[in-house]
Design a protein around this ligand. Structure first.
Ligand code: ZN
Length: 252
């Protein structure tokens, strides 16, 4: 008789009917540089698409995060790079509808021509992580920072800290997001809040902050809600691809 463990292992293996799709990590803005495992995805259900089509400013983070948590396999939500998040939402819409195009109006900055274009995932404006992040940075004040890219887990912690009534000061979310790239200062591990206070009321001056922002810019990656299309003049036209209800529940 087979042990329970053996039976369980058999059940867990994806069979031929598995609906998992291996994500080509090279397509991610991060190029998968910060993931050790393979990532899988699946098509979204009608209910999930309907949820996405109804997002509001207040619900967007919660809905995007829960969609990624349930549809992306091989990684914990908290470990997903924050800068891959938006791309993953566009990607999930694309695989769910076999990349059904959406009409968007683009304008060429070079010749001024306006035209309608068919948006597909390949048109999304993505900045890829070409180089590995240089992890150590010495600030003008002599302090040494160790750096990393924030994850969705860090993003959730930032939101929690910002809304924590125990911190009576007004927290600047932009400075805190930049500070969340710091994992240690002079070899001592710091929390996101500690990294924030280093600039808000610590040793980090405006000059040190500017140095950190410039350094991070060189390694920045991510997707933005815009697409690029080749214009008849040979330059690129740009169109916004808003995450509206038509986008998630297209007219077909
Ligand atoms: Zn043009």
């Amino acid at each position: 008789m087979k042990s329970i463990r053996e039976t369980e292992e058999k059940v867990q293996k994806p069979g031929p009917k598995s609906n998992k799709i291996l994500i080509n990590k090279d397509l991610l803005p991060s190029k998968g540089k910060y993931y050790k495992t393979d990532l899988y995805s699946r098509k979204l259900s009608a209910i999930e698409m309907k949820e996405l089509s109804k997002v509001t400013r207040e619900s967007v983070d919660r809905v995007f995060n829960s969609t990624i948590a349930s549809a992306i396999d091989g990684i914990e939500l908290a470990d997903v790079q924050r800068n891959d998040k938006l791309w993953l939402i566009y990607y999930l819409r694309s695989i769910t509808y076999n990349d059904i195009p959406m009409k968007v109006q683009g304008e060429c900055k070079s010749c001024g021509k306006k035209d309608w274009y068919d948006y597909r995932l390949m048109n999304l404006d993505v900045v890829y992580a070409e180089k590995e992040l240089e992890k150590e940075l010495v600030l003008p004040n002599g302090d040494t920072l160790e750096l990393r890219f924030p994850t969705i887990g860090d993003e959730i912690e930032i939101a929690r800290t910002k809304n924590n009534p125990a911190y009576i000061e007004n927290i600047d979310a932009d400075v805190m997001t930049v500070a969340s790239h710091i994992s240690s200062i002079n070899g001592e591990a710091v929390s996101i809040y500690e990294a924030y206070t280093y600039f808000a009321r610590g040793k980090g001056s405006a000059l040190d902050y500017a140095k950190l922002v410039s350094h991070l810019k060189k390694f920045a990656f991510g997707a933005r809600p815009y697409a690029k299309f080749l214009c008849s003049c040979g330059e690129y036209a740009e169109a916004e691809v808003p995450l509206t209800s038509d986008f998630f529940l297209p007219e077909i």
